[in-house]
Design a binder for this molecule. Structure first.
Ligand code: NDP
Length: 399
């Protein structure tokens, strides 16, 4: 029986989630897209071949969300607004008894911290209410966590190390732009690097460690060690894993621009006074940069995101790279968005589908790797994110 989905956030990812839900009417029979500005929802609605509802909502305000939920009566809510809204939206879901899905962990506005503890603190309340909250159902976090769960279930008897590698080899032709919300993206990249080894967190300076990795379909790209939120849940949910790291590629031009912006203070997240008004430099910078949603028609090339996993199977060493390649131009042709939004929005739709069709229905707050990976992996192949497992050689890791 088809169900009702409420999507919050009409940005790049919200566009893809809405398009993908509309492609699966047997699951998502009625769709409402709500965001801070209704006209953005209406633009997305006008691209679809099925009618949907739209609404204006300030997702920082739980009572406004509760009123919208009581009016639309969704069976599930997908949060693709910003990480700042995670808790107010979870509060509204609790109050109304609606399952919750997101793609990024909660962040307070005034400190760039990517930690799950604020959302894990809701576990008892979701359990008692009898509803599911699925955290991190994007690509990374999201698909990468599911790749690890799949490897643990089918490919390895023991996983020793996980390296998550994220390459965007797309070219949008701008001297500097970010592929998703610039404020969130720059806060993430300028933070100190952190990885998990032998039960401890180890820190690096921002972008200090590099690795020239050969990405299938793309070639060798310099990748930089960063902290990423999925490490925090994977180190708890993948048994006996010894080390987890996260790497992302950046071009020279991107890094040079970022360095200048940092040096002149434009990436600061604390308010400064300008003409008698307090402004947050990073928010001002966001207003100056190209809207990630506008990059779709001009971005060419591919992404390759995957997990390099090392361990043992049947008494022998094994190393695999499970990954997906996604083409920016094909994404744009299908849903009018570039591959970064696409690779996030498709898994958000699939996560909601898993809950609605009962396969991932459990009361409480869960990270995505805690559920059975098999139906999700099958849906990735069906809904536009096919994956491959490549066996790699036995030589020791380059770094
Ligand atoms: P965008 O900035 O393009 O979109 C965010 C949308 O949320 C905008 O439409 C914005 O409105 C709306 N919004 C912001 N604040 C509020 C509010 N208070 N109330 C209602 N709506 C609001 O971001 P993206 O689409 O690029 O990213 C969406 C989410 O996906 C982010 O949380 C991001 O961190 C996450 N993400 C996850 C990834 C993953 O792989 N796991 C990868 C990429 C992104 P307005 O347009 O008016 O500003």
């Amino acid at each position: 029986m088809s169900k009702r989905v409420l999507i919050i956030g009409a940005g790049g990812v919200g566009r893809v989630v809405t398009h993908k839900c509309a492609q699966v009417p047997e699951v998502f029979g009625s769709i409402c897209l709500a965001s801070r500005r209704r006209e953005k929802c209406q633009t997305i609605a006008s691209e679809l071949s099925v009618p949907i509802e739209t609404a204006e909502v300030d997702a920082d305000q739980t009572p406004e969300l509760v009123r919208l939920i009581q009016k639309f009566k969704p069976d599930i809510l997908i949060n693709v607004a910003l990480p700042y809204q995670d808790l107010t939206i979870m509060d509204a879901c609790l109050e109304t008894g609606v399952p919750y899905v997101d793609t990024a962990n909660y962040e307070p506005r005034d400190v760039a911290k990517f930690e799950y503890h604020w959302q894990w603190a809701y576990r008892d309340r979701f359990r008692e209410k009898g509803i599911t909250a699925l955290l991190g159902s994007g690509f990374d976090p999201g698909v990468t966590n599911v790749f690890c769960a799949y490897a643990s279930k089918h490919l390895f008897d023991r996983i020793d190390t996980i390296d998550i590698l994220d390459c965007n080899a797309g070219d949008h032709g701008h001297p500097f732009a970010t592929n998703f919300n610039p404020e969130i993206n720059i806060r993430e990249i300028t933070s100190r690097g952190r990885y998990w080894e032998q039960g401890e967190w180890r820190e690096t300076s921002p972008l200090e460690k590099t690795w020239d990795f050969d990405y299938p379909g793309i070639g060798v790209k310099r990748s930089y060690l960063m902290y990423h939120e999925e490490i925090e849940s994977l180190c708890q949910n993948i048994p006996n894993v010894k080390r987890i790291r996260f790497w992302m590629t950046f071009g020279e031009q991107y890094l040079t621009h970022l360095k200048v912006l940092q040096n002149v203070g434009l990436t600061r997240i604390d308010p400064v006074e300008f003409n008698g008004q307090p402004i947050v430099p990073l928010q001002f910078l966001k207003a100056m940069l190209p809207d990630p949603g506008s990059l779709g028609p001009r971005t060419k090339g591919q992404t390759c995101i995957g997990c390099l996993i090392d361990g043992e199977k049947d008494g022998k060493h094994r190393r695999v790279f499970i990954h997906n390649n996604c083409d920016h131009e094909s994404c744009y042709r299908e849903v009018k968005a570039q591959a970064i939004s696409y690779t996030t929005g498709v898994p958000a739709m699939i996560g909601a589908k898993m809950i609605l069709d009962g396969r991932w229905q459990q009361s409480g707050v869960f990270n995505i790797e805690e559920f059975d990976p098999d139906p999700f992996m099958a849906d990735l192949n069906q809904f536009g994110l096919p994956w491959k497992v490549v066996e790699l050689g036995h030589e020791s890791l380059p770094i």
